[in-house]
Design a binder for this molecule. Structure first.
Ligand SMILES: NC(=O)c1ccc[n+]([C@@H]2O[C@H](COP(=O)([O-])OP(=O)(O)OC[C@H]3O[C@@H](n4cnc5c(N)ncnc54)[C@H](OP(=O)(O)O)[C@@H]3O)[C@@H](O)[C@H]2O)c1
Length: 372
């Protein structure tokens, strides 16, 4: 059995799964990374690309070996291409909703970059569009598809940490302020919470859920603090505390203008686990490790996990769900996505961060809905 296909019960062997035919919508930085990852996928191949410009589409097609007949100078052209079964949407966050809904209407299965939408309300509409069209929709949290994440959950479920109490999860990086950059622009949905804080909340909800024997839990309390940029108003860095009904408390932090130690620590009554590389776990594949500190043990235990290339694992998890006729990808369900965005909404609310597009909607509702 191919290890890439060994995990979920619905899986078939690699030989019996016809490769999913992918089109990439938008040719930015992560699109190139995903295209490289697809080259190692067991159940997928890249057949088409769509860009807002003919030149970018051609450049991308040349780099990744896409036939000129499937190189599209518009996103609409890509969605109309009958060769394409699934699209990977990698525009900036504010454009996700429009193109997910259009892709669903075109009958394409959809892997859309994180965060699925700017807020939960957008995501509800996107999930509704996918359901109506009968297509699979997944928010592209690639770390969910890596065996390292499965191992973390297995350790929690088998009680290696005892009763889980505190989760600490960080994801941040430092860039210089650039008004036009998607990371710093309010119009582009910039700031750390949406770009990388979404991972920390996702992991915390996943761990709290594993501790409760559930796929995920949503927090009952969310408080937060953030440093907003004086010009664009997006969060330079921010932190939040999430409290779950089963007693798990998570401290999360993220940013686009601060360096942090990007690790996860999960503390329980019988020990604690360090996840040194929780997010971008080996793009090229290979070994990663977890460090388990059992209470009372003389030394920590190193647990080594072998995994395939990260984005190939993601594409294969998606393809498995499509070929199994599933409504959702079990590694990252749409219910999980909706809970994640609801939590991000609460974190942003706690620090007073709204986006221009949201303020337009609030204003249109009249004076009883104060718009910032
Ligand atoms: N999962 C991961 O590891 C990961 C890593 C990085 C980013 N991401 C996510 O992926 C998405 C894209 O990030 P990125 O870093 O790849 O961004 P990027 O380099 O800026 O690329 C975004 C692309 O979107 C297209 N686009 C459509 N409308 C646009 C607009 N109004 N302004 C600018 N570009 C527009 C452009 O492609 P065309 O010119 O071809 O149309 C552009 O190249 C974000 O949602 C981000 O959160 C995920």
């Amino acid at each position: 059995m191919d290890p890439l296909f060994a995990a979920p019960p619905s899986s078939a062997s690699a030989a019996t799964v016809p490769p999913l035919r992918w089109g990439i919508l938008a040719t930015g930085r992560i699109a190139g990374v995903f295209a490289e990852g697809l080259k190692s996928a067991r159940a997928g191949r890249l057949v088409a690309v769509g860009s807002r410009s003919a030149e970018s589409a051609r450049r991308f097609a040349t780099e990744h070996g896409i036939d000129s007949a499937h190189t599209h100078a518009t996103y609409e052209g890509l969605l109309a291409d009958p060769e394409v079964e699934a699209v990977y949407i990698s525009t900036p966050h504010p454009q996700h909703a429009e193109w997910v809904e259009k892709a669903a209407e075109a009958g394409k299965h959809i892997l859309c970059e994180k965060p699925l939408g700017l807020n939960q309300a957008e995501a509800v509409a996107m999930v509704g569009a996918a359901r109506r069209a009968g297509v699979v929709l997944m928010e592209a949290f690639m770390y969910r598809c890596h065996p390292q994440t499965a191992k973390i959950l297995a350790l929690i479920r088998e009680g290696a940490l005892g009763t889980v109490g505190l989760v600490q999860a960080n994801f941040s990086f430092r860039t210089e302020y650039q008004a036009e950059s998607r990371l710093w622009s309010n119009a582009a949905g910039g700031g750390g919470i949406l770009d990388v804080g979404c991972y920390t909340v996702s992991m915390s909800r996943l761990v709290a859920g594993a501790a409760a024997g559930r796929p995920f839990l949503d927090p009952v309390e969310v408080s937060g603090a953030g440093m907003l940029h004086p010009e664009s108003g997006v969060d330079v860095y921010a932190a939040a505390t999430l409290k779950f009904a089963n007693g798990v408390i998570a401290q999360v932090a993220s940013g686009v203008g601060l360096t942090l130690e990007n690790v996860v620590r999960i503390h329980g009554s019988a020990g604690w686990l360090l996840v040194p590389s929780p997010w971008v776990i080996n793009r090229e594949g290979g070994a990663s490790k977890l460090i388990l500190h059992r209470a009372g043990a003389a030394a920590p235990e190193e647990i080594v996990i072998e995994g395939g290339p990260l984005y190939a694992l993601e594409a294969d998890a998606f393809a498995r769900a499509v070929r199994a006729g599933a409504a959702d990808v079990p590694e990252m369900s749409t219910d999980d996505t909706l809970g994640n965005l609801a939590t991000l909404d609460r974190w942003r609310c706690a620090i007073g961060l709204t986006y221009e597009a949201e303020r337009v909607v609030l204003k249109s509702l009249g004076p009883s809905f104060p718009a910032q």
